[in-house]
Every structure is written in structure tokens, then in C-alpha cells.
Ligand binder design. Sequence first.
Ligand code: GKR
Ligand code: MG
Length: 427
Amino acid sequence: MKITDIKITPIAVSDPPLLNAAGLHAPYALRTIIEIETDIGITGLSEIPGSSGADEALAEARDAVIGLDPFHLSRIMQTITQQFGKETRAERGLSPWDSRKIVHVQSALEVACLDIIGKDTGRPVVDLLGGPVREQVPFSAYLFFKHRGAGGELEFNTAPKATGWAAARQAEGLTPEQMVAQAQGMIEEYGFRSIKLKGGALEPAQEVASIHALHKAFPDAPLRLDPNAIWKVETAVKWAKELEGILEYFEDPVRGQENMARLKKHTSIPLATNMCTTSFEDLPSSIALGSEDIILSDHHFWGGLKASIELSRICETFGRGMSMHSNSHVGISLAAMVHLGAAARHLTYALDTHYPWQEDEVIVGGKMKFEEGAVTVSREPGLGVELDRTELARLHENYKRCGLTHRNDEIEMQKVEPGWKFAAVRW
Ligand code: GKR
Ligand code: MG
């Protein structure tokens, strides 16, 4: 079998005005949908975070990969490494977010090839990763401080007739009471059993007050707080004392492996990261310093699903827990996350997903179903999802119309707070 073409389609999906350490989500989140075509008529799908940089890198990779066999994943990965070299820590940027591109190219190619292999052999992707160790993959409720509005065409408008999660999703979320209402709306709809609160947006005292309110409202739900590395070590030490016994884990309270290791000496709350240990190259210093207890995998950032299975084994070997990181995404990414979550033997926490925040979808049948906070892994060949071409075309039009080419939460924040500046460490 040979790869004959790769189609790269950037899309823009509506995204509510969610707050974080880097600013505010734009009305649209960008994703790129990849279709790899083969000489036997099978097409494989994948989805990655959208940016014109990653799309250009994928287009550059296309010529090197056309003609290769989708089963030869090691050759495909080697070709990409030879073409682009390895991305360094510097390329990741100080933040706001990890700006590596090549890991996305690897992930895009690998997932689509696994979809092809699955379709060719009649096996779901989970079987290609070792087979399921769990059929239902649990996710957590991912809460955000936010302004009123639902994003996209509905930016800063409320649809007055909305009820349930559709209404809660649009509501403002700034006070502890509003955050409890957000959690109630999301949990009623999806059945999540654990809760993550995206922090780094408000003063630490306000965020901790919301954690207390959530703890009171959901005493049995494991809670996580993620300030995206914007707190000073002293700030994190102070608030960790108050959060002992309440947080299941504390995600990236401070910046960098050294600071995480310093904080660890002052708290028994497990520390988790998707910011200070994000590649295999980071693992030696992570182990030497003991910078975190839990690593959040993410196949888009670790170079694919097989690489994430390798990460899970390393986490097990070195006594790290493993969970999963997310960004705004649609169903192709979710399907891949579920296959990975079903196959990873060492996966110790419910996974993150932004999925409840996105209304748009590119797969046939619309939004994937959650039951009791979990998604059942598909037994269909490949990823088990099919492209809805009408929706793909509509969301591609959104992309062309919205004029965004990459994520910049600082610029969006400046639209509501003129002069606002991202600070790598704020409190
Ligand atoms: O969507 O604003 C967001 C999140 O803050 C996201 O960009 C982060 O990468 O979810 C992520 C995290 O856990 O750090
Ligand atoms: Mg995080």
C-alpha cells in the first residue's frame, strides 16, 4: 500500500470566551483536519491543533511522505525527523502555549495511518495499540472562568431559550456560585465524576474560593486546579497548604521543572504537568529533579498514539501517574484520545477534554456520546469515525471568514481589557 496524497483542511469551530493565564479564547478555535489517501482507496483521518505554521509544515512533509507505506510508521516518523530535525525547548516558547509544530505533523501522520491500517485490517485503532484494557474511558468536567457568551456566531450573545448545559455553557462564570452552576450543568449533561478548574485567570484567592465552593457542592468529586504556571513558588506554597486534602492534583501551579521540584518539597498534593515535562527529551531532568508526580499525555504534543503508549510505560517505570491533556477539539481528536485511553495500561486519572465547550462537529452522526462521564471505545475499523463533508466545508468557510491563523489569547483579552499583557509569572 502507498500514500498517494494528503489533504489538509483548516477549520474554525465556535469556542466560548473562556479565560486562562494567557488571556481569553477567541470566538473560534482552530483545528486542522487531515485526510491521507492511499492507492487502494482507503483514506485515514486525523485532527491537530490549528495554526498556519503547522499546516505549512504538514504541506512541506507531504512530498516526503507520498509513496511511503502507511504500515511503515517508523519510516514515516524517521522521514519527518530527518526533514525537520528535532524541536528544542526554545522552540516551545516561554508560552503562552507550546508552539511546537513538528510533533503535530508526526501526530497527524501517525493517527491517520493507524486509521488506514485499522480500516485495511478490519481492526479498531485500540487493537493496534495493544488492545483495550478498559472499554469505557473516563473524562473529567473541565471548568473555565468565563465571560457570558457561547463563541462563534453567538459571541457575547445568550440564546434566551437555551436550558441545561446549553444555557450553563453560555452563562458567565466568575464567582464561586457561578462556577458551581457551571459544574452542575456540565455534570448533569455528561455525568463526569471528577472536576478540573482552569486557573491562572483570577487572583489566586478567588480561584481557591471557587475550589472550596466546588468541594462543598461535590464532596466526593476529585478536584484539580491548573493555573498554567503563572503562580510564584511562594504563592503556590501558601495556597497548597489550604488545598491539602481537597485537591486530587495540582497542575502546573509554577513554571518549569526546577520550580515544580521546589514546590514539591512543601506539599503532599500530587503535582501534575502538561507544561514542564512535555517531550521525551524532558524526561531525564524530570526524573533527576522529581519535578512532578503525574504527566498529562497528549498525542498531539508527544508525537502520536504509539509514543503516548511508550510514555505511559515510562510513567509506570518511574512511578509517575498518567493523565491526559486537552485543547479545544472536535470528534476525530476525541476518538483518538479514547482509543489511546482504552489501550494505555498505566492511566491513573480521568482525562481532560474541552469537548463539552464545542458545539460544532465534523463527524457523521454529530457529537460523540458520554455516559457517566465516559466514552466507550469503538469496535469499528480504524478510529471508527467518518467525515461529515458538509460540516467540514462549513467549518472551513468559518476558518476563511474569521481571519484567524493561529491562537492568540492575549489579543482577544485586549479586546475586552485594553492594554492587558500576558505575564509568564503573575501572582
Ligand atoms: O484551553 O485555555 C485553554 C487551556 O488553558 C489549554 O490551552 C491548556 O493547554 O488545557 C490546557 C492545560 O491543561 O494546560
Ligand atoms: Mg494544564
